[in-house]
Design a protein around this ligand. Structure first.
Ligand SMILES: Nc1ncnc2c1ncn2[C@@H]1O[C@H](COP(=O)(O)OP(=O)(O)OP(=O)(O)O)[C@@H](O)[C@H]1O
Ligand SMILES: [Mg+2]
Length: 265
């Protein structure tokens, strides 16, 4: 493959959320594995620099984290960065967050962008778990991403913060890249999943089902659900999402969201 063609494939997906605990890490990890299963070379960066938990979710014992890369940055190039990533059984190459929250301060915006750039040159796809909200370090990464996923659930507080985050990204001219991910769309809620696009003012939406059993089991075992439970509804939805993102297709609402309605008691 010639360089120009290869470059076209080096895409970055930033997985963000305005609120914590909405499933950002679960999605980042499983989406990276789902993309990797498409015969792509996929890397995963945990840029939740203070409290990143990608290693835990993937049951990895990494020798290096992004802190080590940053300390050696002057001597690392696109080839030697390979020595710092940890390969997961799925084939996804992971650069984890530092193992202590205080190390997050050592990671400047400039350094994290350089790391992103180096990993990107080694991957067809780079998936980044950007942590909660928009802070300086994550904004730079979000700004460089080809696709920005904002994960939310149906809780009012999450939706309110998601709308504000989208408004900010809109002001920065980034909203065209944003796909809203409504996680656990069929959970018990007074808010209907089908109303979310209007509430938030964003039409590109992907819905992922609630499956507490599979999600918690995968976390407890450290086996990502698309690997351990590939036939579950949540895994199937994530595989489909990977295809949608790969083909840059228009995202649409699954028919069961419209049919069932979600005004449940
Ligand atoms: N679709 C789902 N169905 C059921 N449970 C889910 C689903 N997605 C995530 N969860 C559960 O929600 C919890 C939070 O998920 P996760 O750790 O991925 O969130 P997060 O946004 O990364 O949180 P943090 O902000 O703390 O990093 C976990 O217990 C996970 O199992
Ligand atoms: Mg997380």
């Amino acid at each position: 493959m010639v360089d120009a063609e290869k470059k076209l494939k080096q895409k970055m997906i930033a997985v963000c959320s305005a609120k914590g605990g909405v499933g950002r890490t679960l999605l980042s990890v499983n989406l990276a594995i789902a993309l990797n299963k498409k015969n792509l070379n996929v890397s995963l960066l945990d840029s939740n620099f203070q409290f990143g938990d990608v290693s835990l979710v993937m049951d990895l014992q990494p020798s290096f984290t992004i802190k080590d890369v940053i300390e050696e940055l002057a001597r690392i190039d696109k080839d030697s960065i390979e020595n710092y990533v940890t390969s997961h059984a799925s084939g996804v190459k992971v650069l984890p967050a530092p193992d202590k929250p205080e190390y997050a301060e050592l990671i400047t915006d400039e350094a994290s962008l350089k790391v992103v750039d180096l990993i990107r040159q080694q991957s067809d796809y780079l998936v980044v778990d950007t942590g909660v909200g928009i802070v300086d370090q994550s904004l730079d990464i979000i700004d460089q991403a080809d696709q920005i996923l904002i994960v939310t659930n149906l809780e009012m507080t999450a939706l309110k913060s998601t709308r504000l985050m989208l408004e900010t990204l809109e002001k920065l001219g980034l909203s065209d890249k944003v796909v809203l991910v409504v996680n656990r769309y069929d959970m018990e809620s007074l808010i209907k999943a089908e109303d979310v696009p209007d509430m938030i003012g964003h039409k590109k939406v992907i819905y992922l089902p609630n499956n507490f059993k599979i999600a918690s089991q995968s976390l407890n075992l450290g086996v990502p659900l698309v690997s351990g439970q590939p036939k579950s509804n949540l895994s199937k939805a994530i595989f489909k999402m990977a295809e949608t993102l790969l083909s840059d297709q228009d995202v649409t609402m699954p028919s069961n969201v419209k049919k069932k309605g979600l005004f449940r008691k």
